[in-house]
Design a protein around this ligand. Structure first.
Ligand code: GTQ
Ligand code: FE2
Length: 364
């Protein structure tokens, strides 16, 4: 595409300059607007995908589309309509639902974009991450850090679907995407009864092995965060806060590298939130984008004053500097993934209370 040409009808000499600039692929900053905006320009807009529709469409894809070397993954990507047709949920995050039927295998591969799975319902799939067998059940968070081999097996008799998030758009923008196929799919390769990652690093709060290899530096050595532990952490936070200050109606926990407390992977921050009924949080805005996965309960997420009601399985894209507030109708459990570690590492992370109290206008 040709460089944009500017015009100065009243000044022929200037018009000539603009023509020559365009000819040489140059642009005059003094004619450019919208670059250095006072606050982040929201070119992506919020969007909600309904869990009910994702379940139905995933099942239809399961009937029609085999998982084999042709496609490798039966994945429906969240394509935010504000992103010009790209299969991305936000400018930095890929979100998707992945559907794996009984006795199916999604074969081994690895890529530099990091991935994670949060299981919204069901159980029984095993993901092998660098050969480590990780069981997937509702509420579990499973990590597939950058460049780790991974494959998914469903040895059971029922289909399973889960939420995937990847930093693919970010890694693509940085020109750092690499991909490699692994061994050919064969019989189930669940080789160990228990994951080495879990037995070494999932033993219990504050307990780390004294011997053996040092943990990887770039990501959490714990690759599975089971729901039982997350649920216990949320309940204990609420019990604690309730005792200290009656009226504390929400709890947030961050999934952390157990060896150093840092985020689970360098590009993505994962959190679990629980809101008790009748609770409305203050509205906050942050730099960087996130995805919200509704796990249990119902309520609403209010984005820039527009209320999106949520039910289990709903997925929501939250662009940068969007004001966010939560309202619970019943105990509401939400998983969130964001690019906050990247913003923090680059000293670009900001958050502030949003000025306006949330309105509750309804969306179609
Ligand atoms: O499960 O390996 O949603 O490679 C997108 C790319 C899932 C996966 C996605 C992937 C995967
Ligand atoms: Fe993958």
């Amino acid at each position: 595409m040709a460089t944009r040409r500017f015009h100065a009808p009243a000044d022929p000499a200037l018009s000539n300059l603009y023509a020559d600039l365009a000819e040489r692929n140059l642009q005059p900053l003094w004619e450019l607007t919208g670059l250095l905006t006072p606050t982040p320009k929201a070119w992506a807009t919020p969007y909600r995908w309904r869990g009910k529709e994702l379940r139905e469409l995933g099942a239809r894809a399961g009937d029609l589309v085999p998982v084999d070397r042709g496609g490798d993954r039966r994945v429906l990507s969240l394509a935010n309509p504000s992103l010009g047709g790209a299969p991305y949920a936000t400018p930095t995050l890929w979100g998707a639902v992945q559907y794996l039927g009984p006795a199916e295998t999604a074969p081994a591969h690895r890529h530099t974009p990091a991935a994670l799975r949060f299981v919204l319902e069901g159980e029984g799939v095993w993901t092998l991450v660098n050969g480590d067998p990780l069981h997937m059940a509702a509420g579990d968070l499973i990590l597939t850090p950058s460049w780790t081999w991974h494959e998914h097996h469903n040895p059971g008799t029922t289909p399973m679907a889960w939420f995937d998030a990847l930093d693919l758009p970010l890694v693509e923008a940085l020109g750092a995407v690499f991909f490699e196929r692994g061994h050919e799919p064969g019989a189930a390769r669940v080789t160990a009864p228990r994951s080495a990652s879990e037995s070494r690093y999932g033993g219990g709060p504050g307990l780390l092995p004294c011997d053996g290899p040092s943990p990887p530096a770039a990501h959490s050595p714990l690759l599975r965060y089971p729901w039982a532990a997350t649920d216990r952490a949320l309940s204990s936070r609420l019990a604690d806060e309730g005792a200290e200050a009656a009226g504390a109606r929400h709890a947030h926990v961050r999934f952390a590298d157990p060896t150093n407390g840092r985020d689970v992977m360098p590009t993505m921050r994962c959190e679990m939130h629980r809101y008790l009924p009748g609770h409305t949080t203050p509205a906050l805005r942050r730099t960087g984008s996130s995805l919200v996965a509704a796990f249990r309960g119902t309520g609403a997420v209010v984005l820039d004053g527009i209320s999106y009601d949520v039910a289990p399985g709903d997925l929501i894209a939250v662009p940068s500097w969007t004001s966010v507030a939560y309202i619970a109708d019943e105990p509401l459990d939400l998983f969130t993934v964001s690019d906050a570690p990247v913003l923090e590492a680059l000293a670009l992370y900001r958050e502030e209370a949003a000025a306006d109290p949330p309105e509750t206008s309804l969306t179609p």
